[in-house]
Ligand binder design. Structure first.
Ligand code: COA
Length: 159
């Protein structure tokens, strides 16, 4: 199976990495795709988000990191993949993700979304929480890969 794990990854967290590692075990190839969420402002430049993910997943052989500017279903068509993997942190995520899954399949009937439950220790984590903790001087090392922690410290003015 080849699948795609999309997100805005602003930045990638250990919660995302947990899903990537588990999904990579279930798939022959997993694309981690950085896409724009038009409801979000975006803090870390896209090319740097991609680099951070590449760094974080460099030991997982069957993972490829890509960027796409457009609808997720257009990316599916372009790389000829039908399977989307999304992580669910809690019941609240389900409502939103179910809507997205239905919408994507309505636009492109081949699109199938598979859901994986996040590991409980990451069920409260989000990229914006990481940015906020850092912004107010909190410790983010247990929430993000080492490369992200180092990078964020260098790009303080963006947060
Ligand atoms: N661990 C930790 N945090 C997690 C997580 C996990 N396993 N899974 C999700 N999250 C966090 C994300 O970091 C994000 O945090 P934030 O709100 O602080 O940024 C939040 O949960 C929501 O994640 P998600 O629902 O995956 O949203 P996203 O913004 O990361 O990604 C896109 C959404 C980019 C996939 C979606 O907007 C998209 O497909 N865009 C392209 C346009 C399109 O096709 N739109 C749909 C049709 S209209």
């Amino acid at each position: 199976m080849v699948a795609i794990y999309p997100g805005s990854f602003d930045p990638i967290t250990n919660g995302h990495l947990d899903i990537i590692k588990r999904a990579a075990k279930l798939t022959n190839k997993l694309y981690v795709a950085v896409l724009n969420n038009s409801n979000k402002k975006g803090f870390i430049p896209i090319d740097q988000r991609v680099e951070l993910i590449k760094n974080a997943v460099n030991e997982i052989e069957n993972v490829e990191v890509i960027y796409f500017n457009g609808l997720l279903v257009e990316l599916l068509k372009e790389i000829k993949i039908d399977c989307i993997i999304k992580g669910l942190r809690c019941a609240l995520d389900y409502e939103y993700e179910a809507q997205m899954a239905h919408l994507n399949r309505d636009i492109y009937p081949n699109a199938e979304t598979l859901f994986m439950m996040c590991s409980p220790r990451y069920s409260f984590l989000s990229s914006s929480a990481v940015r906020e903790i850092y912004k107010f001087g909190g410790d983010i090392d247990k929430y993000v890969p080492k490369c992200v922690e180092e990078k964020i410290k260098k790009m303080e003015e963006l947060l």
